[in-house]
Design a protein around this ligand. Sequence first.
Ligand SMILES: [Zn+2]
Length: 251
Amino acid sequence: MSSTPHYTIRPVSVGALTIGKSHLVFGVGYGEMIDSVVLMYYVEGAGRRVLVDTGCCDVESSTRNHYPLRRSPEEEPVKALANIGVAPADIDTVICTHLHWDHCYNHELFTNAKFYVQRTELQYAAAPHPMNCKAYESTTIGMTPPFSKTRFEVLDGDAEIAPGLTAVFAPGHTPGMQGAAVNTTDGVYFIAGDNLPLYANWEGNQLQKHIPGINFVNVDDYYRTFQLIERMADHILPGHDPKVLEKAVYP
Ligand SMILES: [Zn+2]
């Protein structure tokens, strides 16, 4: 009997947004501006080359429509991948944690990939609550969503993408969020997307074991997802924390 394959995970930065900390950690750090790195996670193992999320738009569009973005030449998406030895055409799979603008640009680069999204997310993105429209760059406010030409593989709940690599339905930050549970030599890493923007969300404080971000539709779903992550994960990888870049590869 063969054992479950092990994967490695590399965080790839495509820039940093300037954003209020309280936006990422509800009720914490009002007025404090922080760097929110925009990440793609590259997962490799068992002959598979997978990206979890694909980054955001260019500096000009980001700054005009959302938040100021700083991006060095090394953080241009194609260059950032080249820096870890990956060409976009090598990617066989893209797992979209959710369809916010800072996670799902650049799909056109990955010409050989299958794109996985939860049905609930795709449906919600079609007509979000007005509060969430800009984050989806929704047609309902006259924008063109970055994923509008993507042919998705639509998931209804948890799905094994490959042995030891599972897309996990994890509503919270958005109604159709998914995370990626990745088997490694050091247990299961859970790539949490924006359910956990920073390590600080997971570390919590004296009042809350874990702290949501400011964006959610159903906070009870969010808390159930925290419990799900507790059960599944030996380690978490957050959606926007610059600290993840202190290691080139996990584990
Ligand atoms: Zn988001």
